[in-house]
Design a protein around this ligand. Structure first.
Ligand SMILES: Cc1cc2nc3c(=O)[nH]c(=O)nc-3n(C[C@H](O)[C@H](O)[C@H](O)COP(=O)(O)OP(=O)(O)OC[C@H]3O[C@@H](n4cnc5c(N)ncnc54)[C@H](O)[C@@H]3O)c2cc1C
Length: 390
């Protein structure tokens, strides 16, 4: 019998958080196993969607602006290595705010402080540039010209391919929740395999609370989110990326994207939906969500009032109480890390999360200089929801 390999680190979950963590760990010289029960960025995963916004604006939450700024060049570097530059679509990101809306004013201040390029647009400028949007009379805008969209599922799959090229071992396997406490030597898989490692990173996204119900069942809120792609009018250029950026309509809490790769005009409701189970929730669009999306486009994109839905997706946010990520050690283990809580905004930060988690996991002994960011700690996670980070 060949001797069983012991990895430096086993990462459970090949969504955007786990895949970037595995990649960064390997780049730092660690030997790494990456496990996923359903495959990288699978149809049930939160990272499995077609596209995700990458923007720098985060209101007064400078920490996320900094992480986003750090992440974009790393995404582009990955796509260059993979020879897949199209996985970042430089559409620009347009925030549509209303008068005295504090979050948008804070965004302007943070972008200014951190020298992030942006344009502040008056109502007249908005109406002139984007005649396809029906703005209200108190609207104004912030345009981030260098931000855009990441082609999410394919980006994660490209990342896992690149990780394998540099030596990460990918296992199509479901890890079983560890039974003991203290120090973990190995995880078992549902088919009886054993994966041994010095440290374990559980990056199970919306599954984290199913794996560790004692610690997380009342600290993660897994909500159903529905996304629609509306067919644009034949021959129209108004909804193509060159005419329309990725956008966020703050008053209505809807966001979307132009007709990327001719898949349709994307519309998503950012309000949290009902609590669901990521294994079993039905993935067919609901009548209520279709009506809400149709109502929104009728009001804000009236040309598309009767546009057909050409595709839909049902996904889930894995929300923490306030929207801050969860990056901390499991309280019952000295070598098991919990990484998740993307809360509907985590995708873009994958590279920053990967670098941060790799550094945390690989530091040893008394020289541990990198501390867990208090906002990401388990202790900061409450059992009632009060969304503050978007
Ligand atoms: C509809 C929607 C829109 C969003 N829009 C944006 C956006 O525009 N911009 C943005 O930045 N973010 C956005 N987000 C948030 C972002 O997509 C998520 O925060 C991010 O994808 C979470 O990644 P993850 O790796 O934590 O989880 P997942 O992608 O869910 O990955 C977890 C993985 O773990 C695996 N797994 C679970 N349990 C086990 C086990 N026991 N053994 C092995 N494998 C296991 C699963 O199969 C899965 O692949 C959006 C999310 C949704 C749902």
């Amino acid at each position: 019998m060949p001797e069983q390999k012991t990895y430096d680190v086993a990462v459970i979950g090949a969504g955007v958080f786990g895949a970037w963590t595995a990649y960064c760990l390997r780049q730092s010289g660690a030997t790494v196993a990456l496990l996923d029960a359903y495959g990288p960025a699978n149809a049930r995963a939160s990272s499995g969607g077609e596209s995700r916004i990458i923007r720098m604006g985060y209101g007064a939450d400078e920490i996320y602006t900094r992480w986003s700024l750090q992440a974009l060049p790393l995404w582009k570097q990955l796509f260059a290595q993979a020879v897949r530059p199209e996985l970042f679509q430089p559409t620009g990101v347009l925030w549509i705010a209303h008068e005295n809306y504090q979050y948008a004013l804070d965004t302007v201040a943070t972008l200014t402080n951190l020298n992030v390029p942006f344009e502040k647009l008056s109502l007249a400028e908005l109406r002139h540039r984007y005649p396809q949007i029906a703005f209200e009379d108190d609207a104004w805008g912030i345009l981030e010209p260098e931000s855009g969209a990441l082609m999410a599922r394919r980006a994660v799959q490209a990342l896992v391919e690149q990780s394998q090229k540099i030596g990460v071992d990918f296992h199509a396997a479901q890890a079983v929740a560890p039974a003991n406490h203290g120090h973990l030597d190995a995880v078992k898989t549902s088919t009886g395999e054993t994966i041994s490692a010095g440290a374990f990173v559980f990056a199970g996204g919306p599954w984290l609370s199913k794996i560790f119900p004692d610690v997380l069942a009342d600290r993660l809120f897994i909500t159903r989110q529905e996304i629609f792609f509306f067919g644009i009018p034949a021959g129209s250029s108004q909804f193509l990326p060159r005419a329309l950026p990725t956008w966020l309509y703050l008053r209505d809490e809807f966001y979307g994207m132009p007709d990327l790769e001719s898949r349709g005009f994307k519309v998503a409701d950012d309000h949290h939906g009902p609590i669901v189970d990521p294994d079993t929730q039905p993935r067919m669009a609901s009548v209520q969500a279709i009506a809400a999306a149709r109502n929104f486009i009728t009001k804000r994109f009236p040309t598309l009032k009767h546009a057909p839905i050409v595709e839909s997706r049902v996904c889930q946010y894995e929300n923490t109480s306030n929207g801050d990520f969860l990056i901390d050690r499991h309280p019952d283990f000295d070598n098991l890390w919990l990484v998740g809580g993307g809360s509907g905004h985590g995708f873009k930060h994958g590279p920053s999360i990967g670098e941060y988690v790799a550094a945390l996991v690989l530091q040893h002994g008394a020289s541990r200089t990198l501390k867990i960011e208090p906002r990401f700690s388990l202790a900061a996670k409450q059992s009632t929801q009060n969304r503050a980070v978007h």
